[in-house]
Write a protein that binds this ligand. Structure first.
Ligand code: ATP
Ligand code: FE
Length: 371
């Protein structure tokens, strides 16, 4: 079994070839970080154009590096949601073209499920049921994975995701955005004093497993304004006093942002145990999971609760094609895939993209519990 995975849901064009046994034959990511830095965020139309420009080459390179041609593939897996519709369509069209020409089945993949399942590639012992904390630019989810395709959502963000808060904080602190904001904050925070700025932890009065980062973002913005930090002055040109002030904010922000994760995870483990008493693992995935401080803090939480943390390596936490190929493999194995499309699709063919697509059902008892 050899599967090509294609990912275009947000700002990275990615493809990879993975074998059924989990062997990664190739992995290619073309990032739009430069575009993002210039325009300060993802503009769908621009992201779509960048995907269109990159997709053929990214897929070809993934095949070349795997020493394969499309003929050798067993199936094509592609992210069909959630994400930006314009962007998703680029990947889905490419998958259909390839699958049509080479008579390959297609597996439509849920982006957040792929972030979750990739942990089963890196940690071969990881069995269902397990828990997952998915933390990225667009999502903040606590999931109980009972079985393949069977998920219960224990918590989600009621506004922004943590990655968004990292990215905005980085922008307001004048950090170099040619790489994404998260790693820049992580690095600067090491120089700062995490106790110096008193940010309050979100949602203290909500005894549930949901998240909120909009309020923390506002607190950070106000702290930056009151210290006269100017985002127009890049950190590289800041004097030492200014640099310390910025580092203190980065460290204080990070401490509270992650404390919020810790508190919610602790509660979610208790909730999950009522449904599945045998859970032994918490998977942490999504871009923010590549953060070492995040990993270390969550490790103390799971130790206290007597379960194990499973963190894929950073290159598999941020958006990538491997996770899509792997999720495709898992579904393909149990017969969940679409038959090969015709080589010539009708011009008005409706591609199946699902820009909004929840992962599993909400945990209903959570609401009454929280009161
Ligand atoms: P989603 O998965 O919700 O659709 P996305 O695909 O944009 O969002 P990912 O590529 O999974 O997200 O993650 C990107 C996010 O991860 C960005 O917000 C980025 O700042 C953050 N991130 C990456 N590395 C780190 C890090 N070391 N520390 C904190 N945040 C990080
Ligand atoms: Fe993602």
């Amino acid at each position: 079994l050899v599967v090509l995975g294609i990912e275009t849901s947000c700002d990275d064009t990615a493809a990879a070839v993975v074998r059924g046994n989990g062997e990664i034959l190739s992995q290619v990511v073309s990032s739009q970080a430069d575009l993002l830095a210039r325009y300060g965020g993802v503009a769908p139309k621009m992201a779509e154009e960048a995907h269109i420009k990159a997709i053929d080459q990214v897929v070809q390179e993934a095949l070349d590096r795997a020493n394969l041609t499309a003929k050798n593939l067993s199936a094509v897996a592609v992210t069909i949601g959630p994400g930006l519709s314009l962007c998703l369509r680029v990947g889905v069209q490419k998958a259909h073209k390839l699958a049509g020409s080479f008579n390959l089945p297609i597996v439509g993949v849920h982006h957040m499920e792929a972030h979750t399942l990739v942990a089963r590639l890196t940690e071969r012992e990881l069995q269902f049921p397990f828990m997952a904390l998915l933390i990225s630019g667009g999502h903040n989810l606590l999931i109980l994975a009972r079985d393949l395709g069977q998920y219960i959502q224990l918590g989600t963000s009621i506004d922004d995701a943590i990655g968004e808060a990292y990215d905005k904080t980085a922008k307001w602190l004048g950090l170099d955005l040619r790489r994404s904001g998260g790693p820049a904050i992580e690095e600067l925070a090491r120089e700062g004093d995490a106790a110096s700025v008193k940010f309050s932890t979100p949602m203290q009065h909500h005894k549930d497993c949901n998240f909120s980062y909009a309020g923390l973002k506002t607190q950070v913005r106000l702290a930056i304004q009151s210290r006269n930090i100017n985002a127009e002055t890049p950190i590289s040109s800041a004097n030492s006093q200014d640099r310390v002030a910025r580092a203190d904010i980065a460290a204080s922000f990070q401490r509270v942002a992650v404390l919020h994760l810790e508190e919610r995870c602790e509660r979610a483990i208790e909730w999950a145990r009522r449904i599945e008493p045998s859970i032994e693992h918490l998977v942490v995935s999504g871009g923010v999971a590549s953060n070492k401080y995040v990993r270390a803090r969550l490790d103390t939480v799971v130790k206290k609760k007597n379960i194990q943390l499973v963190c894929p390596p950073p290159s598999l936490c941020t958006d990538n094609g491997v996770m899509v190929a792997w999720a495709g493999i898992e579904h393909f194995r149990v017969g969940r895939f679409d038959p090969p499309p015709p080589a010539e699709l009708p011009v008005d063919f409706m591609y199946d993209v699902r820009p909004r697509w929840p992962l599993g059902e909400e945990y209903a008892e959570g609401k009454s519990e929280a009161r």
